[in-house]
Ligand binder design. Structure first.
Ligand code: NAD
Length: 259
């Protein structure tokens, strides 16, 4: 028996990075998983790596219709949703505030914040409130604690997720539903490695030099892996986390230490 035997989970943004890793870890511990993202071929690949306990669906978290169809996929196949992983996100385009465009601002807030609201609302209405049980996990960023230049759109969305988490936890708590927020620092993903490679080239550094500069501010002098972050998500979603709700918990190798 795994920690998630008989549990049904939805993971958004399950096409690259943390999402597919987390979906596989949930399934390895017994969960049935809906893997959702905008690029169907990538979520189909993630679902194929899991097998019969996964279903792939194309869903843009900013579309009410797509989110409803995503939750339908879980309801029609398995009849409930126990775990909602609001992992989908976009960093938007880097712009100083005086260059900011409404499109970049609205798009980023739409995916990173409104998407989490739409998915949470749908699973609460379709399953969790009635069953008086469920765990919703939002994915913020340590950027939401910092004044990251050229990232007002992303910083604002990720900071707001921590406040949103408290309201969901408070409102849904008496229905037996918990909501928590994970605040990752750098996660060792292809996206981040490509970014460090690009900055290294710009600065005339080797990749290793740039990596060393990047981890300088962390206590552990390294990046988290996707598995490190997923481990916290799985703990919070499991019964072991049953008294934890409304919290934002940082996984960043000891960089910002906000509490
Ligand atoms: P990623 O970009 O690899 O994955 C995010 C996924 O969300 C992508 O697959 C993307 O296609 C998907 N997505 C984007 N817009 C979407 C939409 N409208 N509808 C559905 N899916 C959409 O990022 P990741 O590194 O795996 O990050 C996972 C989570 O952790 C995100 O919430 C991210 O903001 C957060 N985070 C990541 C880092 C990092 O260093 N990688 C740091 C801090 C926080």
């Amino acid at each position: 028996m795994g920690r998630f035997t008989d549990k049904v989970a939805i993971v958004t943004g399950a096409s690259t990075g943390l999402g597919p890793v987390m979906a596989k870890m949930l399934a390895d511990e017994g969960a049935k998983v809906v893997v959702a993202a905008r690029r169907l071929e990538l979520v189909e690949k993630a679902a194929a790596a899991i097998g019969d306990n996964a279903v792939a669906i194309r869903a843009d978290v900013t579309s009410e219709e797509d989110v409803a169809a995503m939750v339908d996929a879980a309801m029609s196949r398995w009849g409930k949703v126990d775990i909602m992983m609001n992992n989908a996100a976009s960093p938007g385009t880097d712009k100083y505030i005086w260059e900011q465009t409404l499109e970049n601002w609205n798009q980023t807030i739409g995916i990173d914040l409104t998407g989490a609201m739409l998915c949470s609302r749908e699973v609460l209405n379709r399953s969790m409130l009635e069953r008086r049980s469920g765990a919703i996990i939002n994915f913020s960023s340590t950027a939401g604690y910092k004044a990251v230049h050229r990232k007002s759109h992303y910083v604002s969305a990720k900071a707001a997720l921590r406040a949103f988490t408290k309201v969901v936890a408070s409102e849904a708590g008496s229905y037996g539903v918990r909501c928590n927020c994970i605040v990752p620092g750098a996660i060792d993903t292809e996206l981040l490695r490509n970014y460090i490679g690009r900055i290294a080239a710009e600065q005339g550094n080797t990749y290793d030099e740039q990596y060393a500069l990047n981890v300088e501010g962390t206590a552990l002098k390294k990046w988290s892996t996707a598995e490190d972050v997923a481990n916290l998500a799985l703990f919070l979603a499991s019964d072991a986390g049953k008294m934890i709700t409304g919290q934002s918990i940082v996984v960043d190798a000891g960089s910002i230490m906000p509490n």
